[in-house]
Design a binder for this molecule. Structure first.
Ligand SMILES: [Zn+2]
Length: 154
């Protein structure tokens, strides 16, 4: 289970060579995203025996590119941590610079070998969807929502 109030939670589930289940979860804050947490999670799971072509991913509700305004320091950190292609994850608007954490983490999953059909992006923005708590909208007192990763019995 992961808890969040804007940061994308990236969930991965699949199986190992022996058929046993394997799960992984990353709390992909902007700092963790630019440091490659999703790429590292994929590598750790593969090292633990996960079959990469059997993994499914979900990027949970989180701050969306519609609302997630950041400073130039975040842009610089992304270029340094992810590489020059990280420029594609930022949107320049009249009101400022916006970081698309969804695309950044989806890109890390694609580069890690997951096919597009195995990646689900929830797409609900926690900042503009009042059904979710939001650190940006409500401040440090914001509640957290939880995402639970499990396996149904056959
Ligand atoms: Zn939004």
């Amino acid at each position: 289970m992961g808890r969040s109030a804007d940061c994308p939670l990236v969930l991965l589930a699949g199986s190992r060579v022996d058929g046993s289940p394997i799960w992984g979860l990353a709390h992909a804050s902007w700092r963790s995203t630019v440091q490659g947490i999703t790429t590292r999670l994929l590598k750790d799971m593969t090292a633990a025996g996960a079959l990469s072509d059997d993994l499914s991913a979900l990027i949970a509700p989180s701050a969306g590119p519609c609302c997630y305004e950041v400073g130039r320091d975040v842009y610089a950190a992304a270029l340094e941590g992810i590489g020059p292609h990280a420029a594609d994850f930022f949107i320049e608007k009249d009101s400022g610079l916006f970081f698309d954490l969804w695309t950044a983490n989806r890109d890390a999953l694609l580069r890690g070998g997951l096919p597009p059909s195995s990646i689900r992006l929830d797409g609900r923005c926690t900042i503009c969807d009042a059904d979710f708590p939001s650190y940006r909208r409500e401040g440090a007192e914001a509640a957290r929502f939880g995402v639970v990763l499990g396996r149904r019995r056959p």
